[in-house]
Design a protein around this ligand. Structure first.
Ligand SMILES: Nc1nc2c(c(=O)[nH]1)N[C@H]1C(S)=C(S)[C@@H](COP(=O)(O)OP(=O)(O)OC[C@H]3O[C@@H](n4cnc5c(N)ncnc54)[C@H](O)[C@@H]3O)O[C@H]1N2
Ligand code: MOO
Ligand SMILES: [Mg+2]
Length: 621
């Protein structure tokens, strides 16, 4: 039996601030060590406050990329308003395992009625089991005792790939197991020797995607703190004016402008955050004021400290008594009137905005704690191929590491989309069908890589058509890399699903993910700008043209004597060489060989279109 890797997260405001020692976490650690001995490893322990987003991020991190087998959370399961561990857990798990929480509850109730007040959840994310324990040291000991015997078996089932895609999921959640595929693979000699799919141009392929995918109408309310990168689903109005009171723009003195220049008594101080002074300012008086502080009643201008002299102070220097206003102030000088930044009830952000840090600042300023945004598409990423292994495993002969899954998951993440890892399908129709079935169960979009070209083991299209009655909208694109890129749609359990079948070559997967998947997901989420940012670049090296238009990876450089950025290809551009992306900021589009105005080569200095993939990385020379 493999080593079981545990992670322990103590959730407690007071322990995280160091006001209290964490006893339950270390207790659980020693229980694990005593019970599992050297068949276990504590990968990581951490203490976090009762903050949903922090707990969520932690659970996501430790259940990604095969980092751990079991995560125990300790604490935050009760009824107090700060107890959010179950909510954080529910928001990350892909499947619940209610039996474990139920067992904990039933057995705990035999000890104390108080067990009713723990809302513990258990579930699975990727291949990791996440179990909530209550926070008391005693409860942790009891709960561990109730479930310790099922852990090795649960972990073994989660780790076994074959079970993962067929049997185990079905049994664990009472779902059907997937019936065999209709695709027959034994007649290799009778396979089609030319692709039946017409070759479509890139622009046409994108049009087909955008026509087929409709923008969601489903919305949800999210806390503004979690709204970065979301598309606003309603116009947002200002509830309050900004500033909500006339505010000083400078550090200086609030004055009556008609007093003009001269010597004044300094009455008191008005600092930012102070209650507005209630006694109106009288002629001959000034009030010391700081930037952002409310203007005292009676004052109608602010004079910055630089335009004053100190005339008289208390002996110890702690009180200013008289100052000289050196320059006569204008009425309204250095004051932001009420609503001068944002007037009340005005539309401050329009529906359709893609929320940025600036937008979120605006929402916070006018007092919106939540906003309605469009639902994000649920996306699953699947790899295919018997040769693939997790990058975390030791490489077996004839195998390679599955790089596409992480590449594509992170491409989507980089553009703000949430995607889940739906596993690796073997090159047989039953496995492809099972993996797609589970991916369709919980997702709107499935992005696969591999298995779309002409080989007898390339089964994606056939399984989609024969087992899911899918329509292939295109199955070949006139682009290098990415020729066999496939886009299909089907109905699964009454809902429309979309499949991007990307080619298996690592560069092809990433280029076509950028060209085709991103616009589709943007459309679904109601983005206004669906296409990637395109700029003009000057090729700095002669390139041999391919019969297909080609997207090459290039670094970008700004030369002081040229307005156009220079594009430097990142070495060999073969579609297996994913390192051509290292340092690349753009995909430069080379025209097809012998296309209008071109022969077999593209000369150095030619100005071409490029898609920005890393807008912030440009060299300056
Ligand atoms: N007779 C023809 N053969 C090929 C054609 C063709 O038109 N006629 N097209 C070529 C082109 S272009 C491409 S691109 C590839 C695409 O192949 P598939 O999408 O079927 O992908 P696979 O055959 O499964 O794998 C190709 C290549 O990529 C490696 N791979 C696959 N998945 C991963 C992964 N997750 N991580 C890393 N590497 C992966 C795989 O091992 C193969 O080396 O087909 C050409 N053939
Ligand atoms: O079109 Mo393939 O994607 O050349 O490598
Ligand atoms: Mg293939």
């Amino acid at each position: 039996m493999d080593m079981i890797r545990f992670v322990i997260l103590t959730v407690s405001d007071s322990c995280s601030k160091g006001e209290k020692d964490d006893e339950a976490g270390p207790e659980l650690m020693s229980l694990i060590n005593n019970h599992f001995g050297n068949t276990s490893k504590i990968e990581h322990v951490e203490i976090l406050p009762d903050e949903k987003s922090q707990i969520k991020d932690f659970l996501k991190k430790w259940s990604s990329h095969n980092r751990s087998d079991v995560i125990f959370t300790v604490g935050g399961t009760g009824l107090s308003p700060r107890d959010v561990t179950p909510e954080a857990t529910k928001s990350v798990i892909e499947r619940e395992v209610p039996g474990i929480s139920l067992a904990i509850l039933c057995k705990s109730l035999e000890i104390t009625d108080m067990a009713m007040l723990s809302r513990s959840v258990t579930g699975i994310r990727n291949n990791t089991l996440i179990i909530n324990f209550p926070g008391s040291t005693k409860a942790v000991g009891e709960c561990f005792g109730f479930i310790k015997n099922v852990i090795p078996h649960a972990v073994a089932l989660l780790k076994n790939e074959e079970n993962l895609v067929s049997d185990f999921h079905g049994r664990l959640q009472g779902r059907r197991s997937v019936s065999p595929s209709k695709v027959k693979t034994n007649l290799v000699a009778q396979r089609s020797r030319v692709s039946p799919y017409p070759m479509v141009e890139v622009a046409h392929a994108i049009d087909l995607i955008l026509k087929e995918i409709s923008a969601t109408r489903e919305t949800e309310n999210v806390d503004i703190a979690e709204s970065l990168g979301r598309v606003l689903a309603e116009n947002v109005y200002a509830k309050d004016p900004v500033p909500p009171f006339p505010a000083s723009i400078k550090d200086g003195y609030a004055v009556i402008s008609s007093d003009k220049e001269g010597i004044r008594n300094v009455r008191e101080e008005a600092a930012a955050g102070d209650k507005p002074v209630d006694q109106p300012l009288q002629p001959g008086e000034v009030i010391r004021i700081s930037t952002g502080a409310p203007l005292p009643l009676g004052a109608d201008a602010v004079v910055q400290v630089e335009d004053t002299d100190l005339i008289k102070a208390s002996d110890d220097g702690s009180i200013e008594m008289e100052v000289k206003i050196k320059v006569a102030p204008r009425p309204g000088q250095d004051i932001r009137p009420i609503g001068s930044d944002i007037s009340v009830n005005s539309v401050i952000i329009e529906k359709g905005a893609l929320l940025t840090a600036g937008h979120i600042g605006v929402l916070a300023t006018v007092g919106h704690h939540t906003v309605a945004v469009f639902r994000k598409p649920c996306v699953a990423v699947v790899s295919t191929g018997n040769e693939l292994q997790s990058p975390h495993e030791k490489l077996k002969p004839g195998h390679i590491r599955d790089s596409n899954k992480l590449t594509l998951l992170n491409l989507l993440k980089q553009y703000g989309f949430e995607a889940s890892d739906a596993g690796i399908a073997k090159d047989n129709p039953d496995s492809v069908k099972a993996v797609l079935t589970f991916a369709f169960d919980e997702n709107d979009v499935v992005v696969t890589s591999g298995g779309v070209s002409m080989g007898e083991h390339d089964l994606i299209k056939q399984v989609l058509v024969e087992d899911f009655d899918a329509t292939i909208l295109f199955g070949r694109v006139n682009v290098k890399p990415g020729k066999p890129t496939t886009f299909a749609t089907c109905t699964f359990n009454g809902r429309r699903k979309f499949v991007f079948g990307l080619p298996g070559n690592p560069v092809s997967a990433l280029v076509t993910g950028t060209l085709f998947v991103l616009p589709g997901l943007k459309k679904m989420e109601n983005y206004e700008n669906l296409r990637p940012p395109v700029i003009s670049v000057r090729l700095n090296k002669k390139m041999i043209l391919d019969p297909r238009p080609e997207y090459i990876r290039a670094r970008l450089r700004k030369c002081s004597n040229d307005d156009i950025l220079e594009a430097i290809p990142t070495g060999n551009q073969i579609s297996s060489r994913i390192n051509s992306f290292v340092g690349a900021s753009a995909l430069v589009r080379l025209p097809a060989k012998n296309s209008q105005g071109f022969g077999e080569i593209c000369d150095e200095g030619t100005v071409l279109e490029a898609i920005l993939i890393q807008p912030l990385s440009i060299e300056y020379v």
